[in-house]
Design a protein around this ligand. Structure first.
Ligand code: FB9
Length: 486
């Protein structure tokens, strides 16, 4: 193939002289270019700039078949048979077996051979291979000859595509294509009237960038749902908590199994902390040890050193207790709080459990908050996650009474356990100093479970750790949950 410059020169000079090139294939053959497809590619790039106009057409032409090509190269079958007959002749059977009935028939019909007493003999010494000559001059043959060659499977019809090339709307304003975009062109602005060999409007390669982790995206969506529902985020930045705020303030007795080392991570250093007032401490101790506010309490020898032990918080409800105490101490106002952050439990690990997970918690504090408020709130919360048909089952939590497990119907998974909920007990709220008629409801769920569901993951390790398929982060959808339309 000629260089592109030569091709351009020949193309434009031909069109300037003849206005139209009727058949691109003929034109290629004239210029000695063999790859018509490559030429069409170059033509199409000029068409995209409206320099030329292409009309794609199709012609039917008679071309040689493989047998035809063989006949041109080695002679027709009948000619080759004729040439192979010895002076003494050969048996008819042998002639048919060696050269085929077609060759035998053709030679006989052309009067090249005679059959005498079962022997095939040449009639004359020399014959002309008319079939080969016809194949060499296909374009001169009439329909009758072509039909005979088609019947002999020496030629066939083939559709051949080609282009009709005409001057395009911008033929006369075509500019010499520039192969370089220089600083001078950018400075002077002359680049804008140039035509470039490359597409200056091509978008650059997508630069690699960071991608948000699935949990971060689900957390952001949950956070938005809470904010849309008027909830205020609680400060959850401290993973280390003392047992007082994580358990005692919630009226969780010190001998509760959740408080031993099988379920909770205790810190060695610093092993203890004390960030609660003596007044509040005394009230908490009393309600645990002997009861108060109408409650019999847990009636045991409550120990300060147990309450001072530092742990990794086992739930974000530890933060809720701090926030509710602060709310009581600074003058109560109705509040809706939420938190979404990591909690730690010394559990045995499996495909769906690690020693930590992200707890999602909603808290509502107001006068006479009841189960119906709680049900209404988390029903709306889950509805915005695309989960409807909420149901619940009585449950037990040390710090809520009544408590309920929450279930919902997921569009794909059907009935799914969603979390836990309840009204904080008076033994938790009264020592904080909240007004008598103030009640607080709360519900909790995890971040990992919905994330695994939404991304179709069956192991939590596909969210955390080595099994995380980083490329899936690059490609997965940003929007997680369909917005719930009223
Ligand atoms: O997340 C859970 N299920 C869930 C949540 C959302 C969801 O969304 C759909 C795709 C759109 C689907 C499922 N669960 C809670 C239920 C189960 O996964 C359960 O087997 C595991 N639970 C964890 C407990 O781990 C020890 C999930 C976690 C959980 C459970 C309870 C609470 C928080 C997290 C709580 C609480 C609470 C109760 C009262 C007052 C305050 C907080």
């Amino acid at each position: 193939m000629a260089s592109i410059t030569t091709f351009d020169t020949v193309l434009f000079s031909t069109l300037e002289a003849d206005k139209v090139i009727e058949n691109s294939r003929t034109w290629c053959a004239t210029n000695g270019w063999t790859d018509h497809q490559e030429i069409v590619g170059l033509l199409m790039s000029w068409q995209s700039m409206e320099t030329i106009a292409l009309e794609f057409k199709e012609s039917s032409s008679v071309v040689l078949t493989e047998q035809g090509i063989d006949a041109v190269a080695n002679g027709s079958l009948e000619y080759r048979m004729f040439q192979s007959i010895p002076v003494e002749g050969i048996q008819v059977k042998e002639a048919n077996e060696r050269h085929g009935a077609t060759a035998f028939g053709a030679a006989k019909s052309k009067g090249w051979i005679v059959v005498d007493k079962g022997l095939v003999k040449k009639k004359d010494g020399v014959v002309e291979d008319t079939t080969k000559n016809q194949l060499l001059a296909l374009a001169t043959l009439d329909a009758k000859d072509i039909l005979a060659l088609r019947k002999a499977k020496l030629v066939e019809d083939r559709k051949v595509s080609y282009c009709r090339i005409a001057q395009g709307a911008k033929f006369n304003i075509r500019k010499k294509e520039c192969s370089d975009l220089t600083a001078e062109m950018l400075k002077s602005g002359s680049w804008s009237s140039e035509t470039f060999k490359f597409n200056i409007n091509a978008l650059g390669e997508q630069p690699w960038s960071g991608y948000r982790h699935p949990l971060s995206k689900v957390k952001a969506e949950f956070k938005q749902i809470f904010l849309d529902m008027g909830f205020e985020e609680m400060p959850t930045g401290n993973f280390v908590e003392n047992s007082f705020w994580n358990f005692d303030a919630l009226f969780q007795p010190q001998q509760h199994p959740a408080r031993d080392a099988h379920d909770t991570f205790f810190l060695k250093d610093p092993a203890t902390s004390h960030d609660f007032t003596d007044d509040y401490l005394a009230k908490v101790k009393k309600v645990h040890a002997e009861g108060d506010y109408g409650s019999l309490g847990w009636r045991y020898d409550w120990k300060l050193e147990e309450a001072e032990k530092n742990i990794l918080r086992t739930h974000t409800t530890a933060v809720s207790s701090r926030m509710l105490y602060k709310l009581a101490q600074t003058g109560f106002k109705p509040k809706k709080y939420f938190s979404i952050d990591r909690v730690f439990r010394n559990e045995s690990l499996d495909a769906t459990h690690l020693a930590e997970f992200h707890q999602v918690e909603g808290v509502i504090a107001d006068v006479n908050i009841s189960l119906s408020h709680l049900i209404g709130m988390f029903t709306e919360f889950f509805k915005r996650l695309g989960i409807t048909n909420i149901s619940f089952k009585p449950a037990y939590n040390p710090y809520t009474e009544p408590s309920m497990e929450i279930f919902g119907v997921h569009p794909k998974l059907g009935r799914v356990e969603l979390g836990n909920s309840g009204l904080f007990r008076p033994e938790m709220l009264r020592p904080m100093g909240l007004p008598e008629n103030v009640t607080v409801a709360a519900w909790g769920l995890s971040l990992e479970r919905p994330t695994m569901i939404k991304y179709g993951l069956d192991s939590i390790r596909q969210i955390f750790g080595n099994d995380l398929n980083i490329s899936s982060i690059e490609s997965n959808p940003i929007c997680m949950f369909p917005p719930v339309r009223e």
